[in-house]
Write a protein that binds this ligand. Sequence first.
Ligand code: ADP
Length: 414
Amino acid sequence: MNILVLNCGSSTVKFQIIQSDPERLENGSERRLASGLLERIGSQALITFKAEGQTPHKSTAPLKDHRAAIDKILRWIVSPEARIESIRALSDLDAVGHRVVHGGEKFQKSVRIDKNVLAGIEDCIELAPLHNPANLKGIRACQDLLGEGVPQVAVFDTAFHSTLPETAYLYGLPYHLYLRHRIRRYGFHGTSHRYIAFKYGQMMGLEPKDVNIVSLHLGNGCSACAIKNGRSIDTTMGFTPLEGLIMGTRAGDVDPSIVDFLHSKEGLSIGEIDTMLNKQSGLLGVSGLTSDMRELEEEEAHNQDRRARLAIDLFCRRVQKYVGSYLAIMNGADAVVFTGGIGQNSDVVRQRVCANMDWLGLKLDDQKNRTLPRGEGGDISAADSRVKILALPTDEELMIAQDTVRCVAGSTRG
Ligand code: ADP
């Protein structure tokens, strides 16, 4: 089956076409046929298209909305210049898999989209006002452009965390607020953490129920996940993606009293403080320079910038704190796995997170850590490390394609 995987953000659309054999889903038989990214939708968009084995094609075009962006993708897919193997016409696309950010408590696994599912995703808009509307636009555009005959599947970022126990998802707030407004920890990056659990199990020859790891997704957004017996039992992002680790521009955990204090001292509105916590904090806020870890590492190494170093150190200490607490609630784990742009590529961050963790069983092999080829995965723990340390590239699109095949083929797995 040829699956179009779509990830619609507020002004971006990312896509891949993945070919998958429904009979061999667990065996890694998938092939990536094409991929692309459309940025700055709403104005003069930047477009990158790439068919596998060919050089990327970059262009710009005015794209007024998500529908125009998806129309552009579909026209490229069947155009003579794309030359995508196995795709000659839109009828060669068998299904579409959408990343949907928030599934609330309603969606605990991936589902085939129908009217009820659309209504359910709409109900979750109040929980993810920035993300779910863009996801819905993508779904509606595909319905219009491909027709009702092409099945569509929603894969939720929150679904992997539906196994959190009450003790992990409830806050220490009055209980009626949970009952009245569903205020609780939902967690995000679930598809990435699920992939890491899947990949680790595959690499080690383990059944899913035997996977016990701490997964660290460190990208622009960052979250940690405690995975016990293959299930998420705790995660750092909460009611929204703001909680937990320090991120590119998000503060992560802060004392909520700071909001009222800032309101009175700086005269900021609640909305302005929310923007500050989400967009002007984290690595950017602490360093005063940039939200980009690679740039911070360069500033630290070449210009000895004190605030760049401070931002990296704060970031690493917060990750370390959660690794320690997750190893405690899990009663130990077999591995800590780094992923995301930072986790996969930054030996500096991995080294600082794993420093002084030998009492907990983590010992990094400095040589392996430094020489791990960027973008490639591998084991970077010392031979006598009781807990393995790995860095692996994530692959959310693969999970979305596999789930899409399962839902469309009517299987109940996954
Ligand atoms: P997103 O969460 O938007 O998908 P990514 O997972 O691509 O983002 O992560 C982006 C982060 O990864 C940025 O902070 C970037 O600087 C960092 N990064 C990418 N490559 C490197 C590298 N070689 N060294 C350090 N940081 C890196």
